[in-house]
Design a protein around this ligand. Structure first.
Ligand code: ADP
Ligand code: MG
Length: 229
């Protein structure tokens, strides 16, 4: 199976060389193949978001390697990095991050437009994606008129808009009740079965254990957890 993400001896420090230096990641190794669905847990402030942000090309690592689809991120130019982000990585956040004055359909279309998919093509594809996440009857609704779970489904459809290989989800169920959260996790599970690679941060032990593998980030290190079924 194709390797989508390869993290090797990754280190990340903030305020390097200053009195307030924090060594958040201290040698992380992680490998994900096409179709993998991994969960990342760990105490608040342990560096979960930092790890996702580095993997997603939003912030640079201090040392070590991060390869997404074979490209070492630190070797990419700014343009190549934004192309990788736009075409190959989908993001899902705790706060959904939808644009309030756009409908569900329009929210999904925005990132397509940025990638040059426009007009009826974009509309048709956005409609299909909203149908995929179970919102065929909500395409013209504004975020305010949708429940939290529905808003997160729109956000997932938006994350899928450019058919990314890698989906990064930072506490996607953090603002949802457990039952709604389970629905979102099931959706990630299905997406993984369809060949997406999903790396999800979660606080909820039960939800995290629906993933194929669970990792705990603690004191800068990643520990694989045994999943007891
Ligand atoms: N831009 C930054 N500058 C300095 N410190 C940061 C920055 N971003 C995160 N940190 C620190 O890194 C640590 C990990 O943060 P974060 O990755 O957000 O943790 P988590 O997502 O696990 O709660 C925290 O101590 C946080 O204060
Ligand atoms: Mg975080």
């Amino acid at each position: 199976m194709e390797t989508v993400l390869e993290v090797t001896d990754l280190h990340k420090s903030f305020n390097l060389g200053k009195v307030n230096q924090v060594d958040v990641l201290q040698g992380i190794d992680l490998s994900m193949k096409k179709g993998d669905f991994f969960a990342l847990m760990g105490p608040s402030g342990s560096g979960k978001s930092t790890l996702l942000n580095i993997v997603g090309g939003l912030i640079p690592q201090t040392s070590g390697q991060v390869k997404v689809l074979g490209s070492e991120l630190s070797s990419l130019s700014d343009n190549m990095l934004s192309e990788l982000r736009g075409k190959h990585i989908g993001w899902v956040f705790q706060s959904f991050g939808l644009i309030e004055n756009l409908t569900a359909l329009e929210n999904v279309i925005v990132p397509m437009n940025l990638q040059g998919i426009i007009g009826e093509d974009a509309e048709r594809r956005a409609g299909e994606l909203l149908e995929r996440v179970g919102l065929a009857d909500r395409v013209d609704h504004y975020p305010d008129d949708l429940s939290g779970g529905q808003q997160q489904r729109v956000a997932i459809a938006r994350a899928l808009s450019n058919d990314p290989e890698l989906i990064l989800a930072d506490e996607p169920t953090g603002n949802l009740d457990t039952a709604t959260g389970i629905g979102i996790i099931k959706l990630f599970e299905e997406l993984a079965q369809e060949g997406k690679t999903v790396l999800m941060v979660s606080h909820d032990v039960k939800l995290a254990h629906a993933a194929h593998q669970v990792f705990i980030l603690q004191r800068g290190r990643l520990i694989e957890e045994e999943i007891v079924v």
